[in-house]
Write a protein that binds this ligand. Structure first.
Ligand code: ADP
Ligand code: ZN
Length: 749
């Protein structure tokens, strides 16, 4: 007697929108034991039964229609990276929540398969004596060899390194390691690949003893973990309160239990500094994933993870999908960071998606922040998440004193510079004392636009609906598409020579700073100075080693770097994101101010912060100055609930793109019409905000229209989206139009 028949839902691996459907196939008897969710199989597909590959999404007992017509799976694709069922389920969850094709969702979670050449692993050892190494280090520093200096410093500390680590974390290419080995500086020898022995990750000498507050958190986690409780926790701790040390302790616990960990860090803070803290504790069992890696490097790390050789994965947003099989904990540092929201379909949020992955894997989830997102704090308040609080800084250092300066008063007093009187005095004072200064410019909303002072004509990008920005090299540049033209004073509209740049860019501030303090050494960090691969890190390193007095930059300078010698932080214009149309404007301003302020006074000396603003009474500014997250939260939550914004309601944005302006407008109106017409029950009516032009109405010659929907019940918004999707795909009136969905966006459109 034959076995009971089994069937599988399969997604065909062809990147085409119309194929976003599952197909049912019969599983042949010989494969019934081996095929499961995640198996990659080949099947006969289409009219001519072409042999095609697909993913098994689910198993089922009934085909759902005429069994005679159901085709049969041919085989499991040999040599394929099998997608684990959990990741496929995660993909399915993202598709349902955020809207995308299943193929897009799968591509997000399934690592690109690359042939990884089995290289012989080797180890780098230092062959020099301590004084010799010290001499060489000084020489290399003088020559400005950044990567080699990093390597040598680590080798002097640790003696030997895995060559992969040397390449990955120090940035010394393999060919240079060979060269140095040829020069007798290093020894580059093969090692036998072994699984990490128990306890090898407990490096000695550098372990910090947790303070009582930290210990209490670690203990409560261990109690829950041992009791089999896998919860979500919010670790709410001021900057410098020792959150990272807590993470290390929790990971240690999970590893002891034979499990693995994923740690997410915003890409921009994923520096050598951060990685080395983890690698010092866990040694070669860490794997690092970030976007600056080559596809080959990435594939190699993924392979280490898959094989179980790497047990702690550290990476940016997409590391959430690392193929970790025994997941015990997911940690998301700086959980409020908007970089955790993907900006391409599926536009998932890593925090919400991590919740789902953790629940499937039976893992704990820890969210850490000094300024939690309103969403997460609301859940901690309601008891849905456990709440851990660290109120004090861990090491030396107190929270800095903050002064608010009203720029309107400065202007009235005749000050026409970008530095208030107080800030100028304090900068001079710190330069005198040889202490360091960080100046932060919130570029968000900074027009920096170029216009004619005579007729008001604004010089715009011909391809995008934004004004061009002036650069000191004499060009005007578009920040969206890179379009560049020569700056000329002559206005193309009125013909007068009055075209000039408004607003305040980092370059302009740097010039003003150099005028005011001619002897100060200034480092500038912005999109322009960090274009090169390691530029970002080099600037921070250089500042950290005391080679400059002032670090001037955009938001990238405020992310988690410890500089003991920084005693003054100036925020030049705090409120530029306050009054944008973005409902998260206050939250973003508050977060930036707290983070910026958190840079001051990390060492023994007290720090000071000066916030320059046009709105000294705004709650985002006053509560940041008081270091009072709770007060901010109360105000902000009240505002969100009054306006019906997340977390008090949910938002669905429909973004309509077309190269034809007319067509985009028409499509937006039609989509609103379809939504209105398809509504049935009265209480299900979502708030439909009028369709209209997006905040940036055109990018790269593509016109952008938006439709906003708001509702308390997310299911209703998902429903609407799922009803729309087939219409958008199949109806001729939407041909040539691209529609993207964004559920609970983190920025406006
Ligand atoms: P956060 O991640 O909250 O910003 P960190 O973990 O980076 O804080 O800690 C801030 C500083 O305090 C670091 O220099 C760290 O080494 C130090 N630190 C943290 N915990 C302790 C502790 N228990 N004892 C001594 N120093 C600590
Ligand atoms: Zn442009």
């Amino acid at each position: 007697m034959s076995m009971k028949e089994k069937f599988a839902d399969i997604i065909i691996d062809i990147s085409h929108e119309a194929l976003d459907r599952t197909f049912v196939y019969r599983i042949p008897e010989k494969l019934q034991e081996t095929v499961g969710p995640g198996s990659r199989v080949s099947v006969p597909f289409g009219k001519y039964d072409r042999k095609t590959e697909g993913y098994v999404i689910a198993l089922r007992d009934e085909p759902g229609y005429d069994p005679e017509k159901v085709k049969t799976i041919i085989e499991i694709v040999p040599d394929s990276i099998s997608v684990e069922s959990q990741l496929i389920q995660v993909a399915d969850h993202m598709r349902k929540t955020y809207g995308s094709t299943m193929i897009q969702a799968l591509k997000t979670v399934v690592p690109v398969k690359r042939m990884v050449r089995r290289k012989n692993k080797s180890r780098v050892c230092l062959k020099l004596s301590v004084p010799e190494a010290g001499e060489l280090l000084a020489r290399w520093k003088k020559k400005g060899f950044k990567a080699r200096v990093r390597l040598l410093e680590r080798l002097m500390e640790e003696g030997s390194l895995d060559s992969g680590t040397a390449v990955r974390e120090c940035g010394v290419p393999l060919k240079d390691l060979k060269k140095l080995s040829g020069q007798g500086i290093l020894d580059l020898g093969p090692v036998k690949e072994t699984a990490p022995a128990e306890g090898t990750f407990q490096k000695t000498g550098c372990e910090i003893i947790l303070n009582p507050d930290q210990q209490e958190i670690a203990d409560s986690f261990c109690r829950d973990y041992d009791a089999g409780l896998r919860k979500t926790y919010l670790l709410f701790g001021v900057t410098g309160s020792g959150k990272t040390e807590v993470y290390l302790a929790l990971i240690g616990k999970v590893l002891e239990e034979g499990k693995q960990a994923i740690v997410l860090i915003p890409e921009i803070s994923l520096t050598w500094q951060t990685v080395s803290r983890f690698s010092r504790r866990f040694g070669d069992t860490i794997a690092v994933l970030h976007s600056r890696m080559s596809a080959g490097e990435r594939a190699e790390e993924v392979e280490r993870i898959r094989s179980g050789r790497a047990r702690v994965v550290i990476g940016a947003r997409s590391a959430l999908f690392a193929p970790v099989s025994g997941l015990g904990i997911i940690i998301i540092d700086e959980e409020h960071d908007s970089a955790y929201k993907s900006d391409s379909s599926p536009k998932y949020h890593a925090v919400e998606t991590a919740l789902y992955r953790a629940s499937l894997a039976g893992a704990s989830l820890v969210l850490g922040s000094a300024t939690p997102s309103v969403e997460s704090f609301a859940k901690a308040r309601s008891g849905e998440y456990g709440l851990w609080t660290l109120k004090k800084r861990a090491g030396s250092g107190r929270l800095p004193g903050v002064r608010i300066v009203d720029l309107k008063e400065e202007f009235a007093a005749g000050n026409r510079t970008v530095f208030s009187g107080i800030l100028k005095d304090l900068i001079a004072d710190r330069l005198e004392k040889k202490e360091q200064i960080m100046l932060f410019l919130n570029r968000r909303g900074f027009a920096g636009f170029v216009s004619c002072r005579s007729c008001g004509h604004v010089v715009k990008c011909p391809h995008c609906d934004v004004s061009l920005t002036y650069h000191r090299n004499g060009s005007l540049r578009c920040h969206y598409c890179g379009y560049e033209m020569k700056y000329t004073r002559l206005c193309p509209v009125c013909g007068q020579a009055h075209v000039a740049a408004f607003g305040l860019g980092t370059e302009k501030v740097e010039a003003a700073l150099a005028m005011e303090f001619p002897n100060a050494v200034i480092l500038r960090m912005d999109a322009d100075t960090t274009r090169k691969k390691h530029a970002h890190e080099e600037i921070l390193r250089s500042f950290g080693s005391g080679r400059a007095d002032i670090l001037l930059g955009t938001q990238m300078i405020v992310k988690g770097h410890d500089y003991a010698n920084v005693t003054l932080v100036g925020i030049l214009a705090a409120d530029l994101s306050l009054h944008s149309a973005d409902f998260r404007g206050s939250e973003k301003t508050f977060q930036l101010l707290c983070q910026a302020a958190g840079r001051a006074g990390r060492g023994d000396r007290a720090g000071e912060v000066v916030i320059q603003t046009y709105h000294p009474d705004h709650y985002a500014i006053t509560t940041a100055a008081d270091h009072s997250y709770e007060d901010f939260y109360e105000e902000e939550y009240a505002y969100r609930s009054l306006m019906g914004y997340p977390p008090c309601a949910h938002l669905l944005v429909i973004l309509i793109l077309s190269s034809d302006e007319e067509q985009a407008t028409r499509a937006a109106r039609r989509i609103s019409g379809i939504i209105l017409k398809s509504q049935t029950e009265k209480d299900k009516v979502p708030v439909l905000l009028n369709p209209g032009k997006a905040a940036v109405g055109k990018i790269k010659d593509v016109y952008r229209q938006v439709v906003y929907l708001k509702h308390k019940d997310p299911e209703i918004l998902w429903d609407i989206r799922m009803r729309l999707e087939p219409v958008l795909l199949n109806h001729p009136m939407f041909a040539g139009i691209t529609v993207q969905f964004d559920f609970d966006p983190v920025s406006i459109y």
